[in-house]
Write a protein that binds this ligand. Structure first.
Ligand SMILES: *Cc1c(COP(=O)(O)O)cnc(C)c1O
Length: 398
């Protein structure tokens, strides 16, 4: 596929998100109104058949995604990744389910850490159905080459949760394509503002729109972007599983996307400032942020990301209880297991997302008991820093 170059994306994107809409409203509304309708009528059978047979894109039936509010959302979602097309789903996991089910007997090769829900989906639901799943938690080039087969899909996240590890997208794409495999990436943590995997050769990109795309902790949705040809089987799964999102959610998401660039750019800047400052704080053992030169993935992140994101992870001394005490002491960072919203959040991976793993397995993966994962919101950077400093002070100064 020939997509527009990575670097060209954001400048024009800010304008296109606002002005390049799928439809013009006949009443002159600057946005696409909410069409809650479940079905759409036609003047004549011939007109209906045009849409039913796919010769014309039009409104038909909402579960199929053929609803003006959903089509308008998908038009914008495609633009975000400079993709030929996009499909919207009822959640990030619904989007991933459709993508994995479409791989069928080809199977999935997973690299590195992944979102807990994705791990559960693969292990508890897809493996028992016969979808071959190979996991390489500590992948390296030689290991990947050894397991790659034609028809497989390679799947990974970068940056990953919670260590914010970076995987070299172009390098994986090269190995996978040479072996006749395709590449699916979950780019939720990066957002389309900071990283455009399709421009690096990735075949399909998934986002949990529940996070940065929605951005206000009030939408559950998912998205997949890529070529029309590769999206087609996912659309069939979406239709058959009924995993379409509600039109009202699509409308809310279109509205959220208009401020995506502004939100993410601010979140990038605030997270970078916090990382820089906390790294100098003797009460913090280590700060994991891909924008820091000390981060093991920094060089690759600089190559494949425009910004380093709004997520950062702290390693604190004193183990699980001390880290919990800091989390409990925070006032602006809310103790809640999500990310990407306007309000800052804190989670402790060993008690939440990575609770199911044994202590030894967590250690093997570099997830310590004293880890706190921060999702930086839109509050004033001085206030967020002061909040972190007061919490550290209470717990660690004797
Ligand atoms: C939250 C999340 C998901 C799942 O998204 P839902 O919208 O909750 O289904 C998948 N991948 C990543 C990286 C996430 O953070």
């Amino acid at each position: 596929m020939n997509f527009k170059k990575n670097q060209d994306n954001t400048a024009g994107l800010a304008t296109r998100i606002i002005h390049d809409q799928a439809y013009t409203d006949p009443w002159g509304s600057p946005d696409i109104p909410l069409y809650a309708s479940t079905t759409f009528r036609f003047a004549r059978t011939a007109d209906l058949l045009e849409v039913v047979e796919g010769r014309k894109v039009g409104a038909l039936y909402t579960r199929y995604g053929l609803n003006p509010s959903i089509l308008a959302l998908e038009h914008t979602l495609a633009q975000l990744e400079t993709a030929e097309g996009a499909l919207a789903f009822s959640s990030g996991i619904a989007a991933l389910s459709a993508a994995f089910l479409s791989t069928g007997q080809g199977g999935v090769v997973c690299l590195g850490e992944m979102y807990g829900g994705t791990q559960t989906l693969l292990e508890k639901s897809l493996s028992p159905l016969g979808v071959p799943v190979i996991q390489l938690p500590f992948w390296n080039e030689a290991e990947l080459v050894q397991v790659l087969r034609p028809g497989q899909w390679v799947f990974f996240e970068t940056p990953s949760n919670p260590t914010l590890s970076i995987i070299d997208i172009a390098a994986v794409v090269d190995l996978a394509h040479r072996a006749g495999a395709k590449v699916l990436i979950d780019s939720t943590f990066a957002t389309p503002v900071n990283q455009n995997p399709l421009a690096l050769g990735v075949d399909l990109v998934v986002h949990s729109a529940t996070k940065y795309l929605g951005g206000h902790s009030d939408i559950t949705a998912g998205a997949v972007m890529g070529s029309m040809e590769l999206l087609k089987p996912l659309a069939v799964w979406r239709q058959n599983l009924g995993s379409i999102l509600a039109p009202v959610t699509a409308s809310m998401l279109v509205r959220s996307l208009k401020t995506l660039i502004v939100r993410v750019e601010r979140q990038n800047a605030t997270a970078a400032a916090l990382a820089d400052s906390l790294q100098k704080n003797p009460q913090v053992q280590r700060v994991l942020y891909p924008g820091l030169p000390e981060h093991p993935g920094h060089a690759i992140a600089r190559r494949q990301m425009r910004g380093f994101g709004g997520m950062l992870t702290l390693e604190l001394p004193g183990g699980q209880q001390s880290a919990s005490a800091v989390a409990d002491q925070l006032r602006l960072f809310l103790l809640a297991p999500s990310l990407g919203g306007v309000e800052s959040l804190v989670t402790q991976p060993c008690l939440t997302s990575h609770r199911e793993l044994s202590a030894a397995e967590r250690q093997r993966r570099g997830i310590s008991e004293g880890m706190l994962r921060l999702s930086v919101g839109l509050e004033a950077v001085e206030d967020l820093l002061a909040d972190l400093q007061q919490a550290l002070e209470v717990v660690y100064s004797v």
